[in-house]
Design a protein around this ligand. Structure first.
Ligand SMILES: C[S@@+](CC[C@H](N)C(=O)[O-])C[C@H]1O[C@@H](n2cnc3c(N)ncnc32)[C@H](O)[C@@H]1O
Length: 362
């Protein structure tokens, strides 16, 4: 039997089959915050040696829907100064990601960056908390709304599913896991980037009190799960294991490795913290229908978080049946109090550079 205190590998993949891409308007809006920095970084990265392509990493790509535009912009910006160089884009995610859906989109979409000549799409199915590329292989890297997903849940949160509500030792353990993951992420990217290479991260963040801006929706989701327990539909120990494997870092937590030297040759050029309004609420308040709003918000929750919850079910269970019962309850709760369900997610944007050997980046 497994020890309840043993860290459980996080099952953080998004819903596949294009569902995440169709239900991730907020994530796409957060990514846009980093486009200008990414383009500027692409204009200034040193050219690789003659005969070598420019390699760009898209870290935590999910179904690729949020990746097409930043990759298109990065390639166009780089080619302003070096038009003929081949470009290889490597989309990375954990192995359970739906890479088939990603390649369908990247190859099939008229908006794909692959419409530019001599550009190639590849993938790597491994955690970004591990090494993904050889030393000095990457010129540019982009990572949007992904580094708040933890590599493991040290201990499930006993009385909620969301990190902002963790208390005491459980909270400390999640914070430590997050700090260790973030240091690993930076250490590996520092090794993988070429001298002068650049990395732009848009990270799910928290205010100093630990709130991410999604506490209302998470409380409704937790309430819907508890109703299923009370109805005998969800088992007590299944609920007890359910923890969304994320930790939204405070700005101080994001910056700590740059202040204590742990980021090594990665230099923090600038950073910014933003809080974004909920695009679904804006549509509803502009005259939308409450049921359509509830469907939008529940679809967003389903796409990003439900695969992690249903991974905690006992092996004899049918996740689809539970998901349907949960969805009915979540939609009803959202429709009953639309504004309480709106998310004002906090995000931190970081513009990082691998220092040029012998000095600072330009
Ligand atoms: C919220 S989605 C963001 C996807 C996309 N970048 C966007 O902006 O819409 C987070 C992605 O990070 C991926 N992810 C989580 N943990 C990861 C890890 N350790 N290594 C690589 N990807 C990870 C998830 O599988 C998921 O596809």
């Amino acid at each position: 039997m497994s020890d309840a205190r043993e860290p459980a590998a996080a099952a953080g993949a998004m819903e596949g089959g294009g569902y995440y891409t169709e239900h991730s308007a907020p994530q796409q809006a957060y990514g846009e915050l980093g486009f200008e920095w990414l383009e500027e970084a692409a204009r200034t990265v040193p050219a690789p040696p003659d005969g070598e392509p420019l390699t760009v990493a898209d870290l935590g790509a999910a179904g690729g829907g949020s990746s097409l535009e930043p990759m298109r912009r990065a390639i166009a910006a780089y080619r302003e100064g070096d038009p003929g160089r081949p470009v290889v884009v490597v989309h990375t995610d954990i192995a359970s990601d739906d890479f088939s859906a990603l390649f369908d989109l990247v190859h099939g979409s008229p908006d794909s960056y692959l419409r530019a000549p001599d550009v190639y799409a590849l993938a790597a199915g491994a955690s970004f908390y591990e090494r993904l590329f050889p030393d000095g292989h990457l010129s540019l890297a982009w990572c949007s709304i992904a580094v708040h997903w933890l590599s493991a849940v040290p201990r499930p949160i006993p009385d909620h599913v969301y990190c902002a509500f963790a208390r005491g030792d459980v909270r400390d353990a999640l914070r430590e896991q997050s700090a260790s993951d973030w240091r690993a992420f930076l250490r590996h990217r520092a090794a993988e980037l070429r001298s002068g290479g650049r990395l732009v991260v848009i990270g799910g963040a928290a205010l100093d009190d630990g709130s991410s801006g999604a506490e209302g929706l998470m409380t409704m989701a937790d309430g819907a799960l508890r109703e299923l327990v009370a109805a005998g539909t969800l088992r007590d120990d299944e609920y007890a294991r359910m923890t969304i494997p994320t930790w939204n870092r405070t700005t101080a937590e994001f910056l700590a490795p740059f202040e204590d030297g742990e980021a090594g040759p990665l230099e923090l050029r600038r950073h910014a913290t933003r809080t974004l309004a909920d695009p679904y609420l804006a549509r509803y308040e502009a005259g939308g229908d409450v049921d359509a709003y509830a469907a939008d918000v529940a679809g967003f929750f389903h796409a990003a978080f439900e695969p992690s919850l249903w991974a905690a079910l006992d092996p004899d269970r049918d996740p689809a049946a539970l998901a349907s019962a949960f969805d009915d309850r979540l939609r009803a709760a959202i429709a009953a109090d639309p504004r309480a369900a709106a998310c004002s997610w906090h995000v931190v944007a970081l513009d990082l550079a691998r220092v040029v050997r012998g000095g600072r980046t330009g």
